[in-house]
Design a protein around this ligand. Structure first.
Ligand SMILES: [Zn+2]
Length: 103
């Protein structure tokens, strides 16, 4: 399996994990959307250079949303909320360290 394929599988698995975690409920408006919803990033993908793919694509940086509007509502942009974005990234990094410790 190529690196790109592995990354793709990892992202698909992450989406499934997020979907199962919330049972298909939109985490912004609470509407039940089921598989028709999609995975939104809390810290947006545009900030991948700053936080790294391991934080951006982590399940804790994903929420299940029903629309672009709701996707926008769950976002913690580093421009608008730099302190909150850093705190969220720190929480995910701590979780990654814990996961690595368990392995
Ligand atoms: Zn919604």
């Amino acid at each position: 399996m190529s690196h790109a394929e592995r990354l793709h599988n990892q992202i698909e698995e992450t989406k499934l994990a997020v979907y199962l975690r919330v049972g298909g409920t939109c985490q912004a408006c609470g509407k039940q959307v089921g598989p028709a919803g999609h995975c939104g990033h809390v810290i947006p993908q545009s900030q991948i250079d700053r936080f790294g793919p391991e934080v951006i694509h982590h399940p804790l940086n994903m929420k299940w949303v029903c629309s672009l509007k709701c996707n926008h509502a769950i976002e913690i942009s580093c421009k608008g909320h730099p302190v909150a974005a850093n705190a969220h990234a720190d929480m995910i990094r701590a979780e990654i360290l814990l996961e690595e410790g368990v392995r």
